[in-house]
Design a protein around this ligand. Structure first.
Ligand SMILES: *[C@@H]1O[C@H](CO)[C@@H](O)[C@H](O)[C@H]1NC(C)=O
Length: 372
């Protein structure tokens, strides 16, 4: 059986109303060529210039133009299903959905068919129930210096490694007051940990993995090196871990459960864990992310069982206003690992409280060991 594993991107959820402003300069750059009305040919030419694309010849150019035109249609369909966000041209508009998922989310095998979104989790230590009263109405770990710059996983299904490092970077900041940029490549090259309960779900470099496996690896290997000591390469290589150069040691991790139901009040445990324990590693269904340009994504249909991408929750806001429709929505702020040219300078806002796209389903917090 093919291992079911998530390629988790690091999604940082940053809270704070207006933290990612609609209509900012970067968003406008990404959406140049939009709105619809321009011929796809003209939009594609602008896209090719903007992103410096070079295709192998006229046939490939024509093929990519067809893919691009199909993605404009898909963005329009996503816009109809997700009216509070903006969908359009993104840095990934010349990739088919299959190419995109293989390169940038990389969920392998049968996981996407599963109904149990917790299937990837090891027998976890559940987080103790947190007091929810008194939490701020909005919160953003970026404002407090706990979040590194948006990174780029490249064409490697290593989102799970970025999600893991984001959580450890945040936990280390909480423990020490220092923000270190930590190494995804160590996880990609060295971590082959398998889930304790589902032994086919193993961390496999660019072919996928799970954040909870990665914490387990870090606890047994001795810790995580810094980016500068073990830089990201975007492809799997041989392990060059040096125990003498560990920058952060992991003490433990817990899984944050959300109560069931869809009454819109189920995110209190996640918010409490986020505020008190730092940025959280989460998995979600990335179906609407290839065409996402900005705003609060609140898709009408986004299967929760199809969790295929790892990201980092860094905050939340009370009301995300969408200019397109009357869309005041409470939202999560999520750090992705697709570079700053995607989304809201690399971030995704997703409406919260109803397990939209499965974002409440696979949530973990990590704690670092005190410095020696
Ligand atoms: C996890 O580690 C931290 C730091 O050492 C410690 O304070 C905390 O009690 C631990 N939590 C669990 C559940 O073991």
């Amino acid at each position: 059986m093919v291992a079911a594993r998530l390629l988790l991107l690091v999604a940082v959820v940053v809270g704070g109303a207006g933290a990612s402003g609609d209509g900012g300069g970067v968003i406008r750059q990404v959406t140049d060529g939009w709105p619809p009305g321009l011929l796809p040919e003209a939009q594609f030419a602008a896209f090719v210039r903007r992103h410096g694309r070079e295709y192998s010849g006229p046939e490939e150019y024509a093929r990519r133009l067809r893919v691009f035109a199909a993605n404009l249609a898909r963005a329009a369909a996503h816009q109809a299903l997700d009216p509070t966000a903006r969908h359009g041209v993104t840095p990934f508009s010349d990739l088919t959905r299959e190419e995109f998922e293989a390169r940038f989310t990389g969920l392998a095998g049968d996981a996407r068919a599963g109904n149990d979104v917790r299937r990837g989790m090891p027998a976890p230590t559940p987080a103790k129930e947190e007091e929810v009263a008194g939490l701020p109405t909005s919160f953003d770990w970026r404002d407090r210096g706990a979040v590194t710059d948006v990174k780029m996983q490249g064409t490697c299904g290593s989102c799970w490694a970025f999600s893991t490092t984001g959580a450890v970077e945040g936990a280390n900041f909480l423990a020490t007051g220092k923000l270190l940029d930590l190494s995804e490549q160590q996880l990609v090259d060295c971590d082959h940990t398998c889930d304790a309960a589902k032994k086919t779900e193993c961390d496999s470099g660019c072919a996928g993995g799970l954040m909870t496996n990665a914490y387990t690896y870090l606890m047994s290997s001795g810790g995580l090196m810094e980016q500068s000591a073990y830089p990201y390469a975007g492809a799997q290589g041989s392990c060059r871990f040096d125990a003498n150069r560990v920058a952060v040691r992991v003490a433990n991790f817990t899984v944050v459960q959300s109560p069931g139901g869809n009454d819109g009040e189920n995110d209190g445990q996640m918010r409490a864990a986020l505020v008190r324990r730092g940025p959280l590693a989460v998995g979600l269904n990335a179906a609407f992310m290839q065409t996402y340009v900005g705003g609060v994504s609140c898709p009408l249909v986004c299967p929760r069982a199809w969790v295929n991408h790892g990201v980092l929750l860094v905050g939340y806001g009370e009301r995300g206003f969408s200019a397109l429709r009357l869309g005041y929505r409470p939202y999560w702020i999520i750090k992705n690992s697709w570079g700053k040219a995607w989304g809201e300078q690399g971030y995704y806002r997703l409406c919260r409280g109803r397990n939209v796209c499965g974002v409440d389903s696979m949530v973990s917090a990590v704690a670092v060991a005190p410095p020696p």
